[in-house]
Design a protein around this ligand. Structure first.
Ligand code: ADP
Ligand code: MG
Length: 237
């Protein structure tokens, strides 16, 4: 595997292991992150963690499953994108390893937003990332799928590919993210998500984020989470 940026990944790994997940870290610079993610966050002007990020990032960076709830606008996107970048980076992931992370979003618009944040904070990484949301031909999407490390998708379109694209390798997948899991359920995507998850390896990290803690979300969680860390942020009174 290729060496990256002269970064001592073993040392980074040790710092992650030593990290106290309840330390309530306030700044990105106090988290054990790769130089290139730190640089991407800095260039995007992210310095201070939001509450949900502070509560969930240490657990997520340690590879734990997460069930996170915090209202819209609280910063959930970075709570899963930073661990996606870091956990694949520490594994020296390349597209030769197949798809490393899959992020499922309820709508095309939200998927595009996530993808844009990923491009911003991940700008110094060498990962290939793609959107699978329809709107271009299935064939065209198909050809690019096999070369992706990270995909942001909508459930229906993703399932279409999993059923039809032959050399789409998901057996190595390390991380699954369901963003706006409550909306995914409300929009009736449960069976699509179930079918997607059936294609994925059971040994993986799963993170679910939503604006509310609903019964429906825990139905989804029952399918895919292992000893999850429950993280929620309530509005101050
Ligand atoms: P949510 O998914 O919880 O609705 P987002 O991830 O979309 O929230 O973030 C909401 C807004 O807050 C975005 O404009 C984002 O750029 C900004 N934001 C997120 N995290 C931080 C941070 N650590 N520092 C400053 N702004 C942030
Ligand atoms: Mg969001």
């Amino acid at each position: 595997k290729r060496k990256r940026d002269g970064e001592d990944i073993e040392k980074l790994q040790q710092s992650i292991e030593a990290l106290d997940p309840k330390a309530e870290i306030k700044e990105f610079s106090d988290l054990p992150l790769s130089h290139i993610t730190a640089k991407g966050l800095d260039a995007s002007r992210f310095t201070t963690l939001t509450d949900i990020q502070s509560k969930s990032l240490p657990f997520a960076l340690k590879g734990r499953d997460i069930l996170g709830a915090a209202k819209t606008g609280s910063g959930k996107t970075l709570a899963f994108l930073v661990p996606v970048l870091e956990n694949l980076y520490r594994q020296k992931w390349t597209e030769l390893d197949g798809l490393g992370a899959l992020i499922i979003s309820p709508t095309r618009e939200l998927a595009i937003q996530i993808f844009e944040v990923l491009r911003k904070i991940g700008r110094y990484h060498t990962f290939s990332a793609g959107l699978v949301i329809g709107g271009r031909s299935l064939q065209e999407e198909k050809e690019r799928l096999g070369k992706m490390d990270i995909l942001v998708c909508t459930p229906g379109r993703m399932l279409q590919h999993m059923d039809q694209t032959v050399d789409f390798e998901v057996n190595n997948l390390q991380m699954l993210v369901l963003d706006e899991a409550d909306r995914i359920m409300d929009m009736g995507f449960q069976s699509s998500v179930d079918a997607i998850v059936e294609h994925l390896p059971k040994q993986r990290q799963t993170m679910l984020f939503s604006a509310t803690q609903t019964k429906k979300v825990s139905d989804l969680a029952r399918l895919s989470l292992r000893d999850p860390e429950y993280v929620s942020v309530h509005e101050a009174a």
